[in-house]
Design a protein around this ligand. Structure first.
Ligand SMILES: Nc1nc2c(c(=O)[nH]1)N[C@H]1C(S)=C(S)[C@@H](COP(=O)(O)O)O[C@H]1N2
Ligand SMILES: [Mo]
Length: 548
């Protein structure tokens, strides 16, 4: 029996992959249990920083198209899940490649040297991932791991490398495949053959993976599912605590999206696999640069020194498609930025504010805008409660009329400078101004809520229109090839939110297409030609088909 034929690199790929799957499961449990680093996310986040904007965009487009094709409900949540799976897939891919390479390398080595080589390979992989993690800086603060976390990561990858070498050495002692019938009988009488060993290895790694994934999910400490204690909740909006437009006679057509988006279902977009977890005790806001009095404010100081401002605000991602769900409306509470700037005393008039988030995200705002527009605020509450981790705790900025990409979350510093610098997404070729495009959406053709009006039957049709803080002056609806008809506008929650519209359409049986368009508060009609979100935000007419 020829015992010393070397296993193929294909076998190495299989073993490297199996072992990596198990390793990822173990890393996942440690991350969930003890807040250890989760290297697949570091790899993914690092790639997201260093790869060219075009490639990132291609990736995002692909994910978003798949989500659209699958008709998944919550785009931003599904996209994050897809990113997480991709991150894990990439690390497993690295395990497969490293396993194949190692099995070639191992051929010329003695069993002991193989072990050393395996450890070296593990160290290289683990070390590389740690370097990526360190290069992300504060962004990696999503977990509590310090040096212990780094050591753990390294140890885990060393174990992976050692296991790879051990498997190779073990395979060398087993009968290679294929066996003749006689050899097979003989082998099964004494010991297992290579195939049986690999099947066992597969079973063991599968067990570790399933158990690990199960335990990890049970322990779930993902910060974005964080909920707030019920007793801390502010009074819900109700008859005794009405929304500002509660008395409006134009009622949303049934099926229109909620006028005020529950925080738990507000979309979430950020550059990291995991949102940055900041703690109040460790956090301050610094105002630095060209100022007379540099400031370093705690959250309590921000809240007590300045008069709070409450604003209903609609926030949209520039990547939102017309009719998409990357848009939401909440009640933001914070401090006008100009009040804080007044205390800091900028030394320039025409400069810029460089606003940095703890995740490495940054944007630039003209100083003059912040001084002139009291709506520009640093916000700490949504719906009367502290921002959730996912939405930027403890501090984010609101800037009217621009897309979310211009408005950092998790703000840690604001620097007054003379020089303009592109922000995070602008460096990746998105629009420098990112002014919100006027768009309107048909949310519902409420065929189940037909109104009997004398001998007429009316179908409520409705949705939203949004043009940033410019407001909406008109919405029109067209059914099939008919004329554009004016819709009724519900008073908005504020001048900086979307506007709900409604059009009661005289029923006609059959298949119909409902189209909508709007004009902003200045009467400027929306752009009707369809444009993709990149680089300046989506435009075009939204339509919805209904069978009546
Ligand atoms: N620090 C930081 N701020 C950020 C981002 C980010 O990745 N990091 N994403 C921006 C983008 S692209 C959008 S659309 C909004 C989304 O805010 P939300 O997640 O609370 O809906 O946050 C903005 N602010
Ligand atoms: Mo965004």
């Amino acid at each position: 029996m020829s015992r010393n034929t070397h296993p193929l690199s294909l076998t190495g790929a299989l073993v490297g992959g199996l072992l990596m799957v198990a390793l990822v499961a173990v890393l996942f449990v440690a991350a969930q249990l003890a807040g250890a680093p989760f290297p697949p996310f570091d790899l993914f986040d690092w790639l997201a920083r260093v790869l060219p904007g075009d490639i990132i965009r291609l990736g995002i487009n692909l994910i978003v198209s798949v989500i659209a094709a699958l008709n998944l409900e919550d785009t931003s949540r599904a996209a994050k899940t897809a990113e997480h799976l991709l991150a894990v897939g990439m690390l497993i891919g690295a395990g497969i490649a490293a396993g194949a390479a190692a099995f070639v390398l191992f051929r010329r080595q003695t069993p002991d040297r193989r072990l050393a080589a395996g450890l070296l390979l593990g160290a290289a992989l683990g070390g590389g991932l740690l370097l990526m993690r360190f290069s992300l800086g504060d962004a990696a603060a999503a977990d509590t791991a310090g040096p212990a976390g780094a050591l753990w990561t390294l140890a885990a990858f060393l174990a992976w490398g050692a296991a790879l070498a051990w498997v190779y050495n073990r395979l060398m002692t087993l009968a290679p495949l294929p066996l003749t019938e006689g050899e097979g009988l003989a082998a099964s009488a004494q010991a297992i053959n290579r195939r049986q060993f690999l099947v066992r290895l597969g079973g063991a790694t599968a067990t570790i993976t399933v158990v690990g994934a199960g335990v990890g999910v049970l322990l779930n400490r993902t910060p974005d599912t964080e909920t707030v204690e019920a007793e801390d909740s502010p009074p819900a909006w109700s008859d005794s605590n009405p929304l500002p437009n509660a008395g409006d006679s134009v009622m949303p057509a049934p099926g229109t999206r909620a006028e005020l988006t529950p925080v738990s279902s507000h979309y979430r977009i950020d550059i990291n696999s995991l949102p940055v977890v900041l703690r109040e005790a460790d956090w301050t806001l610094s105002i630095t640069g060209l100022v007379d009095n540099p400031l370093e404010l705690t959250l309590a100081e921000l809240q007590s020194r300045y008069q709070p401002l409450h604003q209903f605000v609609t926030l949209s991602c520039i990547s939102n498609s017309v009719g998409g769900d990357l848009i939401g409306t909440q009640r933001w509470t914070g401090v006008p930025l100009r009040d804080i700037l007044a205390d800091a005393g900028p030394q320039v008039a025409g400069g810029y504010l460089r606003i940095r988030g703890a995740d490495g995200f940054d944007e630039t705002l003209p100083l003059a805008d912040a001084r002139a527009d009291e709506r520009i605020m640093l916000a700490y509450d949504w719906d009367g409660l502290p921002l959730t981790t996912a939405h930027g705790y403890p501090l984010r900025i609101y800037i009217p009329n621009v897309y979310g990409m211009k408005q950092p979350k998790w703000i840690v510093s604001i620097e007054v400078t003379e020089r303009y610098e592109d922000g995070y997404w602008v460096r990746r070729s998105w629009d420098e101004v990112a002014r919100v495009q006027a768009t309107a959406v048909v949310d519902t053709v409420a065929t189940g809520d037909i109104i009997e009006d004398g001998d007429r039957r009316l179908v409520p049709v409705g949705g939203i229109a949004y043009a940033g803080a410019r407001g909406i002056s008109a919405v029109e609806v067209r059914v099939d090839d008919g004329d554009w008809q004016p819709a009724a506008l519900r008073a908005p929650l504020s001048g900086t939110t979307w506007v709900l519209w409604r059009y009661d359409w005289p029923f006609e049986a059959g298949q119909h297409t409902f189209q909508v368009r709007c004009a902003d508060g200045l009467g400027v009609p929306q752009i009707e030609t369809s444009q993709n979100p990149f680089p300046s935000g989506a435009t075009g007419l939204h339509r919805r088909r209904a069978n009546l």
